[in-house]
Ligand binder design. Structure first.
Ligand code: GLC
Length: 738
């Protein structure tokens, strides 16, 4: 008997949200205003433009509903005054911006925030971003990006929470709550925009904007959960994605935007296209022309058009020709007006122009950004316990192109961060050590090796070498995809040359994605990975290198040995011929080997099977021991809750935090199932030598998935459960659901 669950597991994130006035009051005000609007004024609300002053006339005529990319409070108030005091109905414009990982105070890129496995610090970061951005007049951000990403060649892995749907849910909800706060009409509340709906991270070849081939079941089991959780958590807006899913561009996909989003999920927020994604349906070969794309987008369920101008130019004709109805326009305008009323814009349209500079870089904001950067760093290797640097290490060489890169350290999509406020690792380490600084290379793509000899010479006279490598900010983010993932330029040569000096080598990677660093790890004693850590990255890294802080970050994405292994993710289905570790590798193949003489399993002749490092992996300066892992029953009924208990002991000499992860496997399903799925995690703080008895509670309903009949059910049968420090270790505890 299958147990059907009406509300997917993510519904547990549903939280009560307050708005400006109760929803009846808001709806009444919406209807009153709508009844006064002309068609042109309705069309104007559906139009979003990038800029301020230059659209003054259009705003005065009621032709603009929202602007983006203006952050000067003076300009924002000026154009707002035109909208409110000079247009016929005085409808305020909604000011938006890509506030992706901070506004002025820049936090680690979202992939780094996900590495914290700490929703509290991520929510705090979103709250700080909202306080700083709304002080400038921005009330709508195009964040969080919820695109599950399994291919590090895709530049936008930087902007999401990695490869796991559950981590994506937790981080997405945290950001929505942080941005929007408890009262949407509070002047510091900033509307979230969950994006890009949907499947954008599955671009074929990891090449941005490329086609995706995702089944409905994969959408529902992998790509929908974070969007549904954020809708349940009250996300006020959603953005459609550039890509097509199985031939249908999301911006014109009525099943997605109406059947699923509105009918199934009950979303009553506002849907905006991505930048000209409506117009791009012509390029897709899905729309005849801009007019046709406007028709398709509105019929699908889009409310606002970002920068195609197709709505502005063609809606009136589409109505005259009977291709669109006034009801469709009214529905879109209702969603836009409802958002503006909820945000309190009609009652409070202007911003205090002195506020922006007052709140920017507030000490508590910088402290939160530093804490987030500390928790986001992942210790990948620590041979000989080189870290934390010992007290007798006094003179160090600081080298590499990312040691003093205040702009690039802020990472991709940090539009309003100011490099003058960045604390670089060089600046922070100079306060702690007798530092010799030789960059060796001047930027991450630098292949001019002449500077390496100076770094090597300097290394000979120090106690330890700390080399900072990685990626300039421009090398990840939108449209910045790579077919190779090795360190760019001569960075690997720099590390190898330093290795040859025999000095302890600490390599710190500051990058926007997982890179293929197997050989660089071999040439290093310790490796710390920091997904572009933002404004306070230098201080955070200095705290970690000195031991004032202990690494706790965990990988939100699998690290590959070679880009050719992509896409590779821990929660993959098992094949019919799983690798079994006996495979013959390239250089072991005998000459004239017979066609079937090698292992007929799923692997690569040249790079084998496994990744470099698994999802959820991360070391500490201490060690942890898991013991007495037990579940309360061996067989559960559908309405039960699985109680998982375990002991965790800090068996080392540093107080530290472990991110404990709970994985489950459904051994047999009506469709093939992932070999593991993250279902819970928690950060457990332990003093050196301390033990704690801990527990997870996992409702059996959380084992539900969309099955062969496209029902959301828990299928009875055998399951495995793991409690461990990453996705690749631990012993399974088996149980049954009947
Ligand atoms: C971009 C991005 C989207 C962003 C929007 C506005 O092309 O795809 O994430 O929010 O345009 O800048």
């Amino acid at each position: 008997m299958r147990i059907k669950y009406l509300l997917p597991l993510v519904a547990m994130f549903a939280i009560g949200c307050t708005t400006s006035g109760n929803s009846d009051d808001v709806d009444r005000r919406v209807e009153e205003l709508l009844s006064q609007m002309t068609l042109q004024e309705k069309i104007g609300q559906m139009n979003q433009v990038s800029g301020g002053y230059q659209f003054s006339d259009m705003i005065r005529e009621g032709g603009v509903g929202s602007i983006l990319n203006v952050v000067d409070p003076v300009e924002i108030n000026a154009v707002q005054r035109i909208a409110v005091e000079e247009s016929r109905l005085g409808i305020p414009i909604l000011v938006s911006r890509d506030v992706i990982h901070g506004f002025r105070t820049i936090f680690p890129i979202p992939l780094g925030m996900a590495s914290t496995f700490d929703p509290a610090i991520v929510e705090q970061g979103a709250r700080v971003a909202a306080i700083e951005a709304t002080a400038s007049g921005v009330r709508w951000t195009f964040s969080p990006m919820l695109d599950v990403a399994r291919d590090p060649r895709w530049g936008r892995v930087a902007e999401g929470s990695g490869e796991d749907p559950y981590l994506d849910v937790v981080m997405g909800v945290a950001m929505v709550k942080g941005y929007q706060g408890e009262d949407y009409a509070d002047p510091t509340s900033m509307a979230a925009c969950v994006k890009h709906f949907v499947g954008y991270g599955a671009a074929e070849g990891g090449r941005d904007y490329n086609t995706t081939m995702i089944s409905e079941r994969a959408l529902r089991n992998t790509y929908f959960p974070a969007f549904k959780a954020c809708v349940d958590a009250g996300a006020l807006t959603l953005m459609t994605s550039f890509n097509d899913v199985d031939g249908l561009p999301s911006t014109g996909n009525e099943w997605l935007l109406s059947d699923v989003l509105r009918e199934e999920w009950g979303f009553d927020g506002m849907v905006v296209t991505d930048w000209n994604s409506a117009g791009e349906m012509v390029s897709h070969g899905f729309a005849e022309d801009l007019k046709h794309s406007a028709e398709l987008a509105i019929k699908a369920g889009v409310d606002m058009d970002m920068m195609s101008f197709g709505f502005l130019q063609h809606i009136e004709a589409l109505i005259d020709e009977g291709r669109l109805s006034m009801n469709q326009i009214d529905d879109a305008v209702r969603n836009i007006l409802r958002l503006k009323f909820r945000l309190g814009l009609f009652d409070n349209p202007y911003v205090d122009e002195s506020l922006a500079r007052e709140v920017a870089y507030a000490p508590e904001h910088l402290a939160a950004a530093k804490q987030c950067a500390v928790e986001s760093a992942i210790l990948l290797q620590n041979r000989g316990e080189v870290l934390p640097l010992r007290d007798d290490v006094r003179k160090i060489l600081v080298t590499g192109p990312m040691a003093d890169a205040p702009f690039d350290q802020l990472g991709t999509w940090a539009f309003d961060g100011e490099e003058a406020y960045t604390v670089t690792p060089l600046a922070a380490l100079r306060k702690e050590f007798d530092v010799v600084y030789e960059p060796g290379l001047f930027f991450s793509r630098d292949s001019d090796t002449r500077g390496i000899s100076a770094a090597v010479r300097a290394a000979k006279g120090v106690d330890a070498v700390v080399v900072f490598v990685g990626e300039e900010a421009i090398l990840s983010g939108e449209a910045h995809c790579l077919s190779q993932l090795n360190l760019q330029g001569a960075q690997s040569e720099l590390i190898a040359a330093l290795r040859a000096t025999g000095k302890p080598i600490v390599t710190v990677v500051i990058a926007g994605r997982p890179l293929t660093i197997e050989r660089d790890m071999a040439n290093s004693d310790a490796v710390l990975y920091s997904f572009q850590p933002g404004t306070m990255g230098g201080e955070a890294i200095a705290d970690l290198l000195t031991g004032r802080a202990v690494p706790s970050g965990k990988l939100p994405m699998t690290f590959l040995r070679d880009a050719g292994q992509a896409p590779f993710y821990y929660n993959h289905p098992m094949t019919g011929r799983p690798n079994n570790g006996t495979e013959t590798l390239l250089n072991d193949i005998p000459l004239k080997a017979g066609q079937t003489s090698l292992g007929c399993t799923s692997y690569y002749l040249d790079s084998g099977y496994g990744p470099l490092l698994p999802f959820g992996y991360g070391l500490s300066y201490t060690t942890f021991e898991y013991s007495d892992i037990a579940i309360d029953k061996s067989c559960y009924s559908p309405n039960d809750t699985i109680v998982v208990e375990y002991n965790l002991t800090n068996t080392g000499k540093y107080d530290a935090t472990e991110v404990v992860q709970l994985y489950v496997r459904d051994y047999v399903g009506s469709v093939v199932r992932p070999v593991k799925e993250l279902k819970r995690f928690e950060r457990v703080e332990l003093k050196a030598g301390e033990s704690k008895h801990c527990r997870f509670e996992l409702p059996v309903s959380d084992l539900a998935f969309w099955n062969r009949d496209m029902e959301y059910v828990v299928e009875p049968g055998k399951f495995g459960l793991w409690v461990a420090g990453d996705s690749a270790t631990g012993e399974a505890i088996d149980f049954e659901v009947r």
